[in-house]
Ligand binder design. Structure first.
Ligand SMILES: NC(=O)c1ccc[n+]([C@@H]2O[C@H](COP(=O)([O-])OP(=O)(O)OC[C@H]3O[C@@H](n4cnc5c(N)ncnc54)[C@H](O)[C@@H]3O)[C@@H](O)[C@H]2O)c1
Length: 248
């Protein structure tokens, strides 16, 4: 308990799914969590859920691909909560298609949210963290960024890009005591994967040594490790939480 007590943690795309689970686990360890997502109703609902459990939470609406939105959100967070200690770049989308059929809009949309959104939020957070000479940034990548996937070239390019971005940020930010690590989830039960046909899920499960899909909480536990002081000598790393699917 209280592993990140009183720290201010911004988690993008946290109104549901893995992001919400990360928010819940951070809040349970004493952090004030900032829910940042696209739609006000969903943000309000997520914040209310956390507060009803006795946790400290606040919510902001914004699109991570829009620098002006993020400038306004990060300024408002600092005005209200004084600082940002932890950033989780979790907002992510898929727009799957085979390369031959992939539309330019499908390519651009995924790059914009997963990669550019992470750059924008990281830049805003680092400006705050460098002044206090401490911080932890966690980028949610994917095993697809490690091993590729037919029909997901756009998504794979962003997630592989995030891993390289993580290492570059870790090198740039280390002298300011700001750590940057990436988490690469495997197949996790969320709305993003709920539309997969049962036979596809079954075939994925067969390829996973631990024999089942993961839960959002499994990803949250690893994020908590990277956010907390348990990992103060770890930066630039990517760790998969995937039931053993990838073993690099
Ligand atoms: N579910 C999985 O199996 C899995 C596996 C590997 C990686 N991931 C990654 O984990 C992260 C979360 O995935 P999830 O399954 O919880 O997805 P999800 O679709 O359930 O949730 C994503 C959240 O991000 C928000 N979002 C999308 N675009 C946004 C934007 N432009 N600005 C702000 N918020 C935005 C959505 O509104 C939503 O609340 C993603 O980065 C995803 O790529 C998921």
């Amino acid at each position: 308990m209280n592993r990140i007590k009183d720290r201010i943690a911004v988690i993008t795309g946290s109104a549901r799914g893995i992001g919400f689970s990360i928010a819940e686990s951070f809040a349970a360890e004493g952090a004030t969590v900032i829910i940042l997502d696209l739609f006000k109703e969903a943000v309000d609902e997520a914040v209310a859920k956390l507060i009803s459990q006795g946790y400290k939470a606040d919510g902001f609406t914004g699109n991570v691909t829009k620098p002006d939105d993020m400038e306004a959100v990060f300024n408002a967070v600092v005005e209200k909560h004084k600082t940002v200690d932890i950033l989780v770049n979790n907002a992510g989308i898929t727009k799957d298609n085979l390369i031959l059929r992939m539309k330019e809009e499908e390519w651009d949309a995924v790059i914009a949210v997963n990669l550019k959104g992470t750059f924008i939020c990281t830049q805003k957070a680092f400006k705050i963290m460098m002044k206090q000479r401490s911080g932890s940034i966690i980028n949610i990548a994917s095993v697809i960024g490690l091993m590729g996937n037919a029909g997901q070239a756009n998504y794979a390019a962003t997630k592989g890009g995030l891993i390289a971005f993580t290492k570059s940020c870790a090198k740039e930010f280390a002298s300011r005591n700001v750590r940057v690590n990436a988490v690469a989830p495997g197949f996790i039960q969320t709305e993003m994967t709920s539309s997969l046909p049962a036979e596809v899920v079954e075939s994925y499960a067969k390829a996973i040594p631990l024999g089942k899909m993961g839960l959002p909480e499994d990803v949250a536990k690893l994020c908590l490790f990277f956010a907390a002081d348990d990992s103060t000598y770890i930066t630039g790393q990517t760790l998969a939480v995937d039931g053993g699917l990838t073993m690099y």
